[in-house]
Design a protein around this ligand. Structure first.
Ligand code: NAD
Ligand code: LMR
Length: 345
């Protein structure tokens, strides 16, 4: 709908941006849930998605029947538990928001016990039915579920690190919103802000492992002192705001559905041959490997085979270096926990 042109393109534009057409089957695992439903709806409206396969242990056929009435080109079919093979057959992109969400007082790591085995089992199914698909993991704790998925693929002998992504786009979406609120920018300015902010998140997806690099964006210049500290904290703990406001009924679903649809659109544009498609995402990364951190989120250029190029973190301010120092040990533990779980399974 909108052509990619300048670096100032908005996230909203990105969500519906199209490039060369190719047949692209996208499977959503957990499609009946709070994220799965709105994200599947947005994917149905994405002109780059030609076929949608909606899978859940409950409710997916109903969601698919509903979404299939939306008058866009993509076909849409729902699958129940016994049909996971059919759901995944031919999928080129698999998006996974399956799993339980947080309640107030919980950390993302508190979800590990339930979600680790869900992601492990879905990884086994993907290894069997669509080993070459691009996999986008939303299920928390992302810092651990991505390594779990990778280990299952390694065991099955089908792991390609270029094709596995932890979706951290919601952090970017939030950052742009929070920063533009502070700076009082109008929607036009906010669009510019979004792109800059799109370049500033590093690390993982959970509390202090989210490292906003505000010094790298012009729009954040002048946000200093307590305002800076408050903004960093709000970006790192934005998920908690939603968890508390939902008061026990779940965590971010609608904004995550939006963010997930943006990420998939970018991924497919890269797969379709568009150049310079860059998204921050949590991938197997060399950036901090020497410090024992095997996965990291930084700007990643997306291409025909997934990860095309992992960008470095860039210049850090003294405060940001401190944030990074706080991030790495936690991230390392989260990753190790996922790897150990998968190896022991
Ligand atoms: P939800 O409970 O509303 O939906 C989860 C869905 O997963 C349900 O429909 C459930 O039936 C399904 N499910 C459970 N086990 C399954 C399995 N084995 N196979 C297929 N489907 C299965 O939860 P939600 O609000 O949609 O959140 C889902 C996950 O996404 C949570 O872990 C949450 O923490 C995470 N999340 C991540 C981000 C992020 O930025 N990465 C943002 C928000 C939420
Ligand atoms: C978020 O950032 O909103 C998600 O990771 C869900 C959560 O548990 O906060």
């Amino acid at each position: 709908m909108f052509a990619r042109s300048t670096a100032a393109r908005t996230l909203a534009q990105r969500a519906f941006s199209s490039s060369a057409r190719a047949e692209r089957k996208v499977a959503v695992l957990g499609a009946g849930g709070g994220i799965g439903q709105p994200m599947s709806l947005l994917l149905k409206t994405d002109p780059l998605v030609t076929s949608l396969s909606l899978y859940d242990i409950r409710g997916a056929p109903g969601v698919a029947a509903d979404i299939s009435h939306v008058n866009t080109k993509a076909s849409c079919k729902g699958y129940e538990q016994a049909d996971i093979g059919s759901a995944l057959k031919g999928a080129e992109v698999v998006v996974i928001p399956a799993g339980v969400p947080r309640k107030p007082g919980m950390t993302r790591d508190d979800l590990f016990n339930t979600n680790a085995s869900i992601v492990r089992d879905l990884a086994k199914a993907c290894a069997e039915h669509c080993p070459k698909a691009m996999i986008c993991i939303i299920s928390n704790p992302v810092n651990s579920t991505v390594p779990i998925f990778a280990e299952v693929f390694k065991k099955a002998g089908v792991f390609d690190p270029k094709r596995l992504f932890g979706v951290t786009t919601l952090d970017v979406v939030r950052s742009s919103t929070f920063l533009s609120q502070i700076q009082g920018t109008d929607p036009k300015d906010t669009r510019v802000t979004v792109m800059y902010v799109g370049d500033i998140l590093r690390g993982g997806h959970s509390g202090v492992t989210i490292v906003p690099l505000l010094s790298q964006t012009e729009v954040a210049k002048g946000v200093t002192g307590q305002a800076y500290k408050d903004l960093v904290k709000r970006i790192q703990f934005g998920g908690d705001e939603v968890v508390q406001a939902k008061a026990g009924t779940g965590s971010a679903t609608l904004s995550m559905g939006y963010a997930g649809a943006i990420f998939v659109n970018s991924l497919i544009r890269g797969m379709n041959g568009e150049k310079n498609v860059v998204e921050p995402t949590f991938v197997k990364s060399p950036l901090f490997e020497s410090e024992g951190v095997e996965y990291f989120s930084s700007n990643v250029e997306l291409g025909a085979n997934g990860v095309e190029k992992i960008h470095p973190v860039g210049q850090l301010s003294a405060e940001e270096q401190e944030l990074l120092n706080a991030c790495l040990p936690d991230l390392k533990k989260n990753i190790a926990k996922g790897v150990e779980f998968a190896k022991a399974s």
